[in-house]
Design a protein around this ligand. Structure first.
Ligand code: MMA
Ligand code: CA
Length: 254
């Protein structure tokens, strides 16, 4: 008897506890319903009972191997999944406040988890390129100096536009982020007689002009900037053709 057979028989007898006579009953039933008439020719000299037993064992061994394979696959997938989770976790932990909030988000379905993974990947990439996340927007502070129009061109080229300030929180975030740096914002008027307008065409409602601004100095100031003073009301109107830093903004929604 082969080693494999020995092992199998031992397992069979201890694991399912069936008596020897019961075992033979099963084998007889199996033997009688046998559909392959050539089977016995494959094992000349073997008794019909022995042949049936072998086939029965073969089926059991194959099923056993399949179980082992399946279990291995499940374990491997599980290991891979937890490694991915750990990676995401550690990556998110390195990020700032906004990211701390984001990582608390618990996707409810697999489809949602998929979208969440996409968002995380997109934001991680943006962060590497110097974008800062605040609420649902990404902000990019220039390292060069350009005129207002050139600045806007740069933002459009980045899939963004010059920043539009819609809330006090956003203004405070930008004041804090820019600190003493001057920077163009997406606020302009085509001439001295018309109202200020944001780059998306919306009218200016809440403003954060510095005291005494906009003064349209020398009747030539039609573009708005953060004037480089870290206080809440720090906008100034300035000549559009002067060069300065700028802030781009793009939404993460869509
Ligand atoms: C002053 C003030 C501003 C004006 C700039 C132009 C330094 O600030 O008059 O309103 O826009 O000068 O340089
Ligand atoms: Ca001014």
């Amino acid at each position: 008897m082969e080693m494999r057979d020995t092992m199998y028989v031992n397992v069979e007898k201890t694991a399912d506890g069936r008596s020897d006579s019961e075992e033979h009953q099963y084998e007889d039933v199996y033997e009688n319903s046998q559909v392959n008439p050539h089977h016995q020719q494959n094992t000349p000299g073997a008794s019909p009972q022995k042949t049936g037993k072998r086939r029965y064992r073969l089926v059991a061994v194959v099923l056993g191997l399949l179980c082992v394979l399946l279990l291995t696959a499940i374990i491997l997938l599980w290991i891979q999944f937890s490694a991915e989770q750990d990676h995401l976790q550690s990556r998110l932990l390195n990020m700032t406040n906004e990211w701390d909030e984001l990582k608390m988000y618990q996707p409810q379905t697999e489809a949602e988890a998929e979208v969440f993974r996409g968002v995380i990947a997109y934001l991680a990439e943006a962060k590497q390129q110097g974008w800062k996340l605040f609420h649902t927007s990404l902000y990019h502070i220039s390292t060069e100096e350009k005129t207002w129009s050139e600045s806007r061109e740069d933002c459009l080229g980045k899939g963004a536009d010059l920043v539009i300030i819609n809330s006090e929180e956003e203004q405070e975030f930008l004041v804090k982020t820019l600190d003493k740096e001057r920077a163009w914002i997406g606020l302009i008027r085509s001439d001295s007689e018309v109202a200020w307008e944001w780059v998306d065409g919306s009218e200016l409602t809440t403003n954060y002009w510095s005291r005494g601004e906009p003064n349209n100095h020398k009747d030539s100031e039609h573009c708005a900037e953060f004037r480089g003073i870290p206080i809440k009301n720090n906008w100034n109107d300035r000549q559009c053709t002067i060069t300065g830093g700028w802030v781009c903004e793009k939404t993460i929604l869509n």
